[in-house]
Design a protein around this ligand. Structure first.
Ligand code: ADP
Ligand code: MG
Length: 397
């Protein structure tokens, strides 16, 4: 994949519509509690400003479902972005139409205008051609830097790209190059860790990974479903009952593969999924009927580390336990520290695992923290991402 880059465009004095992923978590007090996505968007914005383009920033925030939701306005994001850039970010209260056009007329080259939350418009998520036209009316060029929404064919990711000369932003290029390198041409051994809860979403990933990786370590709630499929009693543990059959098929399939498929051998189990509940370490095949497995146990942490220790490339999606609760965060946190210390290519992708790695304080010691959750999964699965496909390839000379 060799997409036309923002650097290939002659943007001086032009209006550039830049789709970024500024869908950040905001707490009840309206404070932004994660910066990774905003930080990742800075290089392209700065580049366009330096080149003397008029930059029009478009992002969604949360799920307003096609209507105005006051708490989901972009104002706090614009403020934070302005702080991080050290320059003003103007904002319009409309997604498209006369207001943003008027605002643009008053701005000059090198200025930044942020549009209102584009999902306030009902046309965004259905890729309404009319909305795409309205987006296109704002600008001369379209640049997509929002890797996290590439698996969605929306007006701001696909529709508008069909109407304007388009390119990939710098964050997008970095995502594509790191993510494809680890899948297509990784330094080996390649060890992948999959955790979290969504076996349903991740079956495709497992079947794809098993032919590529050298070792596949399984933790988190997902491991429970596999252990249940092996015939273990999982007590009150989180198990995706309707995926147990599929898990059996995967277990049979991985039997014949060269790659190692490794499940937890012990857990931190508890009577309740809460802080200060009764807790004990149990072997994977001896979970008491009224207990639940909430984190991988120490033996499993050690076992995973034995494999990770040899890795030249590590890919990690999904936390290894219910890390939101301190008592069940240890397996994930220790593994994060261990990976951070490795001399290897270390790529982390997935909403929750990224949050966990940031909370563990080791995000800056990873090679790459993907800004895409679902998009990263689909990319690794080898699926076509519509917003990537629509971006033009460089012409070979
Ligand atoms: P990601 O966002 O990294 O792809 P997922 O969304 O699949 O990860 O899963 C994250 C969730 O998995 C977290 O909310 C975490 O609490 C939960 N989880 C992990 N291990 C367990 C477990 N043993 N029991 C229940 N939930 C778990
Ligand atoms: Mg998640």
């Amino acid at each position: 994949m060799n997409k036309v880059s923002v650097k290939d465009l002659d943007v001086k004095g032009k209006r550039v519509l830049l789709r970024v992923d500024l869908n950040v978590s905001i707490n009840k007090d309206g404070e932004i509690i994660e910066e990774n996505k905003i930080r990742s968007s800075l290089p392209t914005i700065q580049y366009l400003v330096e080149q003397g383009a008029l930059v029009i920033i478009a992002s969604h925030l949360g799920r307003p479902k096609g209507q105005v939701v006051e708490e989901l306005r972009m104002d706090p994001v614009a403020k934070k972005l302005a702080e991080m850039l050290g320059m003003p970010v103007y904002k319009t209260d409309n997604v498209v139409g006369e207001e943003p056009l008027k605002a643009l007329d008053m701005l000059k080259n090198g200025d930044i205008l942020m549009l209102e939350n584009i999902r306030f418009h009902p046309g965004e998520t259905i890729n309404d051609p009319q909305l795409a036209k309205e987006f296109a009316r704002l600008a001369d060029f379209y640049v997509n830097d929002a890797f996290g929404t590439c698996h969605r064919a929306h007006a701001s990711t696909v529709g508008v790209a069909e109407l304007l000369p388009s390119a990939a932003g710098l964050n997008m290029e970095k995502e594509i190059s790191v993510m494809s390198k680890v899948m297509e041409n990784p330094e080996r051994p390649l060890v992948a860790i999959l955790g979290g809860t969504k076996v349903a979403d991740k079956i495709g990933l497992i079947t794809h990974f098993i032919d590529i990786v050298d070792v596949l370590l399984i933790g988190g709630g997902m491991a429970n479903t596999f252990l249940k499929a092996k015939g273990y009693q999982m007590g009150k543990s989180f198990v995706e009952e309707d995926k147990v059959e599929a898990a059996k098929e995967i277990l049979a399939m991985v039997e014949g593969k060269k790659a190692k498929f490794v499940l937890p051998v012990d857990f931190i189990a508890a009577s309740e999924a809460s802080e200060n509940s009764d807790q004990k370490v149990v072997a994977a095949d001896s979970i008491p009927s009224d207990w639940m497995a909430l984190d991988i146990g120490l033996e499993t942490v050690d076992l995973f580390q034995e494999y990770l220790d040899t890795a030249k490339t590590v890919i990690w999606n999904g936390p290894l336990g219910m890390f939101e609760i301190e008592d069940f965060a240890q397996g994930t946190v220790e593994t994060a520290h261990f990976i951070a210390d490795l001399e290897a290519v270390k790529v982390i992708g997935g909403g929750d695992v990224v949050a966990a790695v940031e909370r563990a304080g080791v995000a800056d010691r990873m090679t790459h923290i993907s800004t895409g959750g679902g998009a990263a999964l689909e990319f690794w699965e080898g699926k076509e991402l519509p917003a990537l496909s629509v971006l033009p390839e460089k012409v070979k000379v």
